[in-house]
Write a protein that binds this ligand. Structure first.
Ligand SMILES: [Mn+2]
Length: 343
């Protein structure tokens, strides 16, 4: 697709500094280039793409950010809207309108859509994968967010981020590091600190607090009406939901109740039984529980405090319309009978 003069695998190039690295990145682009940034849209990829767009804006003829996935999470929709992130939904024929391609917060083999594109640059923080090449590769798995890498590029280039860009980058770093509770490095903290003075905290609060649509409040009502306690375990099946994020919110809410040690929230989404599990993780392991109970029925897994299972209803031999909170309790009957001590 793109004819690069430089066919070396840039993984072999050693840069002595960020400045050298960023200058090399810039040297790969020319005034006449039409650049497409591809993303699997989430806060980190959106913010990183916006930063790349800012960096290359006046150096190329055209630069567009294209999201491969549909953006369904409300916080992400609010982020795009309130930070005015220009997006073009991905279509295969879009590739013909551009001559250079950049991938951020992902790698070419991560998604079917990226596989046969020759990328000029790949910038990411996921563990490095093999079997692909790009002219410029900057992968730092030790970083909490790709947004941190791009914040360093901005600093090297002495670009002062706009309020929107700074807010996007801060939100990305906070999201990917779980508010610095998970996998955050010194670099993430430094980037956050440097960006903080440029961002708007009210805009950030607006994005962060937009978890729920008014139309989804009814599921909370159902949950509070139907929940059942079994000792310190709370179970509730809320029926068909318009998106599975609302189940996570209900589970997180019930997990705040002092008298609960385990939370199980189920719902029907796209013909699947989605179960969100929460516990405090103290001598408990939600991820292990989920894999043990559901490994033969569908997708299941998670961490000590949080887990999720997605089971096609056809694997359960139950009609979704007859599934209830009691059916949910029954799914765990054997597990809790065998491990009485773990309650
Ligand atoms: Mn990321």
């Amino acid at each position: 697709m793109s004819e690069s003069k430089n066919s070396r695998n840039s993984k072999k190039i050693k840069f002595r500094s960020n400045k050298e690295r960023v200058n090399y990145f810039l040297s790969l682009f020319e005034k006449a280039d039409r650049v497409l940034i591809l993303i699997w849209a989430d806060p980190d990829s959106l913010a990183s793409a916006l930063a790349v767009k800012r960096i290359l804006q006046k150096k190329v003829e055209k630069i567009t950010i294209s999201n491969v996935n549909e953006i369904s999470r409300l916080n992400n929709q609010v982020m795009v809207k309130s930070l005015k992130i220009p997006l073009q939904k991905y279509r295969r024929d879009l590739l013909e309108e551009y001559n250079k391609f950049i991938l951020v917060d992902s790698q070419p083999l991560h998604r079917e859509e990226f596989k046969d594109i020759h990328f000029t640059a790949v910038i990411d923080h996921h563990p490095e994968t093999e079997g692909w090449e790009a002219d410029f590769v900057d992968i730092r798995p030790e970083y909490g967010a790709t947004a941190t890498i791009l914040s360093e590029y901005l600093r090297v280039l002495k670009i002062k981020p706009s309020v929107y860009l700074a807010t996007a980058l801060v939100y990305a770093i906070k999201t990917d590091t779980d508010n610095f509770e998970k996998s955050a490095q010194l670099q993430d903290v430094l980037a956050f600190q440097k960006l903080y003075k440029y961002m708007n905290k009210h805009l950030l609060a607006k994005i962060e607090s937009s978890d729920l649509r008014r139309s989804e409040l009814k599921y909370f009502k159902v949950a509070l009406n139907q929940l059942k306690f079994k000792k310190k375990r709370v179970f509730v099946y809320v029926g068909k939901v318009s998106n599975s994020d609302v189940l996570v919110l209900i589970a997180d809410f019930l997990n705040k109740v002092y008298e609960t040690s385990w939370v199980f929230v189920g719902g029907e989404y796209k013909k699947k039984l989605v179960i969100i599990i929460r516990c405090d993780g103290y001598r408990k392991d939600a991820g292990k529980l989920a894999t043990r109970v559901f490994k033969n029925l569908g997708l299941a897994g998670g961490h000590r405090e949080k887990a999720r299972a997605e089971i096609p209803f056809e694997n359960l031999e139950v009609d979704p319309s007859r599934f209830s909170t009691n059916s949910l309790i029954n799914l765990f009957k054997n597990y809790f009978k065998d491990t009485k001590k773990s309650s």
